[in-house]
Structure formats: C-alpha cells, structure tokens
Design a protein around this ligand. Structure first.
Ligand code: 2AM
Ligand code: CA
Length: 266
C-alpha cells in the first residue's frame, strides 16, 4: 500500500522532477571542492534551481495557492489559507561538503495547519510522506515511532546553534546537560527535516532544536504526528515570525525530555 491523495501526488511529482537536477548538481560538488573558488556560489544556484522547478510544478496544479519558501520568500501572500511550505535543500552544509544526507521538504498548510507533507532524500531514495488522518509512510511502508520508554535509553538528535545565535552559550550548556542524562552520545546529522523523518520511522527517539525556520520542519510536523509521535513548539515566543523551537519525540519520552530542556535554558 502507498499513500495517495491529490496533494501528496502533486508534491511527489514536483520532487521527482526537481531531484533530477539536484542529483546532477550534487555530482558536480566533488569537482568544485578541489577548485580554488569552492562550491559556495554553485550551491546557492543549485538551491534556487531546485526551488524554481518545485514552485513551477506546484503552481501548475494550483495557481492560486500561496508559498513560504527558503529562497524566494513568500509568494502570493493574499492566500493564507492554502500554502506550500518549501525547503529545496535541507541540509545545505552536508550537500556543500559532498555528504549524502540532505532532502527536499515540502509541506501543504491549510488554514494554519499542516495537512500533508513529503520529505524526499534523493540519494538514499527514501520518501517520507504523511497526510492528516491517513498515516505516515516510508516509500510504500507504513511507519511508526519507536517504543522506547526511558529517556536514558533514547537515541537523541539535535542541531545548531548558529555561530551568531544570541542563545549560543545556553544551547551548548543545554546540550551538555541532556548528554549527561542519556547513555548514547547525541547525534547531529545536519538536516532538520531528515531528523524529523527519522523520528517518525523509529530510527531516533527524540529530536529538539531551537531557532529553526518553518520550512525546515513543516513537512516533518505531520509526518511525526501521523507516525504516533509528539510535536511541541516549546517556548514559542521568538519575535521573528516563521522561527520555531521544536521538540519531536516518540511520545513516551516527551515529558522527561521536555522538562529537562525547558529547565536548562531559562
Ligand atoms: P538548511 O540546511 O536548509 O540551512 C542543521 O542543524 C539543520 O538546521 C539544517 O536542517 C538547517 O537547514 C537548519 N537550520 C535552519 N536554521 C539554522 C540555523 N540558524 N543554524 C543552523 N541550522 C539551521
Ligand atoms: Ca533547511
């Protein structure tokens, strides 16, 4: 069985089309890394190219829908009821360094709620998708979050902080505190959307990260929830709109991890 709905099918078509040029661009990175100029500008244009293909494809299906995107900002802002939330390459630093761990992330939001989403890892050929009320899938298989009960046994993942973050020191001490509570060292894989996808299919038990952008996690929200996980936008008082602090878990470890995180940053 696989998940099939009009919105999911439109997103999948856009991902397939965009991934052709994305994979080609990724193949170029190795050559550029040894060049004196480096791959920086090339990656920026790969990001823009991928996003353009996605936007064109989605616009063909619904010309009236709005967009919130990493590269082009907000498009058709009059329509706030139906919006696509897009990150064309999530895990840009991995992509830039030739590390095969990045994804296209596309969520569909209706009246301020993410209704469905796709996270597509073109290198591993893994498609994570979900629709509200219809479950979460990895390729054609239904996925569920892990069953681990105790935080100390959990495999956790996080990301950031950005060097310029005002909360940098606090975020580092929070990381140390959480590290002391769990047996396994905390992972940092560098792609927020794939971190969320991996919570949904039980590879990780808990994920948290501060100061993210909405497009990093929009698709992941519905995928984690539909896989039986818990998503919490903790301390959601950031002044900048579209910025999010997120905690996504298998549900079982939510309270324990939540109290630890909130306790350590204020
Ligand atoms: P990006 O690759 O699209 O930039 C890395 O920790 C993950 O967090 C990536 O998914 C990255 O998205 C995202 N991210 C978003 N804002 C960030 C920030 N200010 N600092 C570090 N990572 C950020
Ligand atoms: Ca991103």
């Amino acid at each position: 069985m696989r998940l099939s709905s009009p919105h999911i099918n439109i997103i999948l078509k856009a991902c397939t089309k965009a991934s052709r040029s994305l994979i080609r661009d990724y193949g170029e990175i190795e050559n550029l890394q040894v060049s004196t100029k480096g791959p920086g500008d090339f990656v920026t244009s790969a990001d823009k190219r991928t996003e353009k293909i996605i936007i064109e494809e989605l616009q063909k299906a619904h010309p009236d829908y709005g967009f919130v995107t990493e590269e082009s900002g907000i498009i058709n802002k009059e329509n706030k009821s139906n919006r696509w939330i897009i990150d064309p390459i999530d895990g840009t630093m991995n992509f830039l360094n030739g590390i095969p761990h990045f994804a296209i992330s596309i969520g569909y939001e209706e009246d301020n709620e993410i209704k469905c989403g796709v996270i597509f890892d073109p290198i591993k050929n893994e498609t994570f998708c979900a629709e509200k009320g219809n479950g979460a899938y990895l390729n054609n298989t239904r996925i569920r979050v892990s069953k681990k009960k105790k935080l100390q046994d959990a495999l956790l993942v996080t990301g950031g902080p950005k060097n310029s973050s005002k909360l940098k020191d606090k975020i580092f001490s929070e990381f140390i505190n959480v590290s002391k509570t769990v047996f396994s060292p905390i992972r940092k894989f560098g792609s927020a959307s794939l971190d969320m996808a991996y919570i949904a299919c039980g590879r990780f038990d808990g994920y948290w990260q501060r100061e993210l952008n909405y497009w990093d996690i929009a698709a992941g929200i519905v995928i984690v929830k539909e896989a039986g996980g818990f998503v919490d936008f903790f301390n959601d008082d950031i002044d900048v709109p579209l910025k999010k602090n997120i905690l996504a878990t298998n549900s079982n470890i939510h309270d324990e991890l939540s109290s630890l995180i909130k306790k350590n940053i204020e």
